[in-house]
Write a protein that binds this ligand. Structure first.
Ligand code: TYD
Length: 139
């Protein structure tokens, strides 16, 4: 399978907006409205022990929105040439990650929740889990 030639600069923060009232906020993400792919799967990371990191892989095809539903954490994006660190700490901001990039998540605050909206069902064949293999594809 061919790895897409995207760069870290193709990933951007999207304000998915919030509806505010005195009883609190609600944020809505809806297919065909404020997300550039169709959501097929949702998962979330939570109870992450202090000092732990997640991710550490690339995807051939998968696109994702990552949202700090609670607390904060960093997403490190790497396209083989450039690295970008994005801090997520607001539930109304989504980081759009395009396919073909290495990513790691770290610096999780206590009680944080990383909400992930994904463009496909889980498929281990869509993963590259070795950084050296990822770099080989990028050359
Ligand atoms: P993994 O991809 O290693 O997590 P992360 O990249 O966040 O560190 O996934 C951890 C485990 O969960 C692994 O056994 C695969 C499984 N998993 C699923 O079964 N379905 C899924 O949608 C995801 C994201 C993971």
């Amino acid at each position: 399978m061919k790895l897409k030639n995207n760069t870290v600069f193709d990933c951007c923060m999207i304000d998915v907006s919030k509806i505010h009232n005195e009883a609190g906020n609600i944020t809505v993400v809806e297919n065909g409205d404020n997300i550039p792919f169709e959501v097929k799967r949702i998962y979330y990371l939570y109870d992450i022990p202090g000092g732990e990191a997640r991710g550490g892989h690339a995807h051939y095809e998968l696109e994702q929105y990552i949202i700090a539903a609670s607390g904060s954490f960093d997403v490190i994006l790497d396209d083989g040439q450039n690295r970008k660190i994005v801090t997520l700490n607001r539930p109304n901001l989504a980081l759009h990650i395009v396919p073909g990039l290495w990513r790691e998540l770290d610096n999780f605050s206590s009680g944080s929740i990383s909400l992930v909206l994904a463009s496909n069902e889980y498929d281990e064949n869509d993963y590259i889990r070795e950084y050296t293999k990822f770099l080989d594809y990028k050359i």
